[in-house]
Every structure is written in structure tokens, then in C-alpha cells.
Design a protein around this ligand. Structure first.
Ligand code: PGA
Length: 272
């Protein structure tokens, strides 16, 4: 890749193309390294990618039975088998239909109830990631307020796995999965920004115009704890995949598109 030590911005036409391109990156990582450690995300954005990975696994093009996965976050207060827990989301949309070995699919356990147990769970999760050898490829979405995982604006850029309070905007955004906003938990266990930055490669997906301002702020604005995703400017191997609506506010859009055209010629072995 040209300039391997940069944040690469890939702008595609629509969300389906983003899902296909993201599935290509994840599937080729696992094809090259069947025991890869994947960091995974929940939310609406990665659903299309997961669907394509499941289809590829069912066609026998990729096998996920030897990978280890770590999800970014989990609500506090919901048992793992609650219909809205992130554990249930991952089992339903990826782990079970995709043939993952469930004993190597980790999420934080948000069902513990005391502060002491929550703190212990956060430490345990960090240790599990380290023992697995760290994360090879971390998939991320982004919140409309610039959050990554549940690292809301103001999160330390050096933060580790810990308990965070969800902002009202995030609770409103996530209320669509619950019958009413009062049911959306107020706390979550989340990997920290420092934890995420240790992944060897990061793939952030953003689709839809409701993400355009957050994308502009984290790609072209200053590095700031007020825009947690902007910490990715400090990461050595991040790819950002956007659909056209999510890219509308980028001032240097033409430059990113021209860099991608060069990148594709390079990958195809064509002369510059
Ligand atoms: P979304 O959530 O994919 O449902 O938009 C992303 C996020 O909040 O990180």
C-alpha cells in the first residue's frame, strides 16, 4: 500500500459497496491467517459486511472456525442472552451462521452487578486480548458524535477497557433496537481508545449522511478527545471506508479519490 503509515480514505458509491470492500479485507485477512484475532463491532453499519462474510463462509470461500474475536463493547445490566445484548447480536448475525467457534468469541461480560466485579471484568478483558497476542484487524463504526466503541466525547485518548456512561444522543440513536428509550442501558463496558489503537490494523466504516459531520471532524479536524475517532490519525495502519453520503463534507475528497485511483493501479500492477 502506498504510504502504509497513513490513514487511507476509500470513498465508494453506496453502503453495499462498502460492505463488499470491508468483507474483502476481513476475508482475505482470515484466508492468509486462519487463526487471526479479529476485533468486531455491533450496530447497523457492519450488518451488511457480516451478511457478506456469512454468505462467503457458506459458499466455502473462507472458514472462521479458527479465528478468535473480541467485541468492542457490551451493555451493563443485560444478561448475555438478552435479545438486545451485543452478545446476542453477534451470535445471530455473524458467529452462528458464519461458523465461528463460540468459545473463542469474546465480549465483555456486562451482566456483573457490583463496581468491583465490573472493574475486574475490564481487567480480565484486557488480559484476554493480550494473551491472544493482540488484535490483528479491528473493525469499527463511528457514532454521529464521533465516538468509537462507547468512548464518548471527552474520553481519554489513552483510555483502556472500562465502564462508560452512554450520552443521551447515543441512547437515543440506539433506542431503535429497544421498545422504548427507557430500556436502553445507561452504562457499557468498552475497550478504551488506547486499547483500540494497539490493533495492528483498523478498518472504520461509515455510511449515510448522518455520519458526514463526524467523518469530517475525525479525518480533517484536529486530534481531540472531543472527537474520539480522531485518535485514529495517530494509528499507523487505518483504512476508512465511506459511502458517498458519509463523505460529502470532506474538503479534500478529490485528493482521496485520486490517491485511491493510484493505489488501485499499483495493486493491479499497472504503470503509474
Ligand atoms: P451504527 O453505530 O453502526 O448503528 O450507526 C455506530 C456506533 O455507534 O459506533
Amino acid at each position: 500500500m502506498i504510504g502504509d503509515k497513513v490513514m487511507r480514505i476509500v470513498i465508494l458509491e453506496n453502503a453495499d459497496q462498502v460492505a463488499t470492500a470491508a468483507a474483502d479485507v476481513i476475508a482475505s485477512t482470515v484466508q492468509r491467517h486462519p487463526e487471526a484475532v479479529l476485533g468486531l463491532a455491533t450496530g447497523g453499519t457492519p450488518l451488511g459486511t457480516y451478511q457478506k462474510l456469512v454468505e462467503r463462509a457458506k459458499r466455502g470461500e473462507v472458514a472462521f472456525d479458527r479465528v478468535t474475536t473480541f467485541n468492542l463493547d457490551e451493555y451493563v445490566g443485560l444478561p448475555a442472552d438478552h435479545p438486545q445484548s451485543y452478545c446476542t447480536f453477534m451470535r445471530r448475525h455473524l458467529f452462528e451462521p458464519g461458523g465461528f467457534a463460540l468459545e473463542r468469541c469474546y465480549l465483555p461480560n456486562g451482566s456483573v452487578t457490583t463496581w468491583q466485579d465490573l472493574e475486574e471484568e475490564c481487567r480480565r478483558y484486557e488480559t484476554l486480548i493480550q494473551r491472544a497476542g493482540g488484535i490483528d484487524l479491528q473493525l469499527l463504526g463511528i457514532g454521529a458524535d464521533g465516538h468509537i466503541a462507547f468512548n464518548e466525547p471527552g474520553s481519554s485518548l489513552a483510555s483502556r477497557t472500562r465502564v462508560k456512561a452512554l450520552t443521551e444522543q447515543t441512547r437515543r440513536d440506539n433506542a431503535r433496537f429497544f421498545s422504548c428509550i427507557d430500556e436502553v442501558p445507561r452504562l457499557a463496558i468498552t475497550m478504551g481508545i488506547g486499547t483500540i489503537l494497539e490493533a495492528r490494523r483498523i478498518l472504520l466504516l461509515a455510511t449515510g449522511e448522518q455520519k458526514a459531520e463526524a467523518v469530517r471532524a475525525f479525518v480533517e479536524g484536529p486530534v481531540s478527545a472531543q472527537v474520539p475517532a480522531s485518535a485514529l490519525q495517530l494509528h499507523a495502519a487505518t483504512v476508512v471506508m465511506l459511502d458517498a453520503p458519509a463523505a460529502t463534507l470532506l474538503a479534500r475528497k478529490e485528493y482521496y479519490l485520486s490517491m485511491e485511483r493510484i493505489q488501485q493501479r499499483l495493486e493491479a500492477g499497472l504503470p503509474l
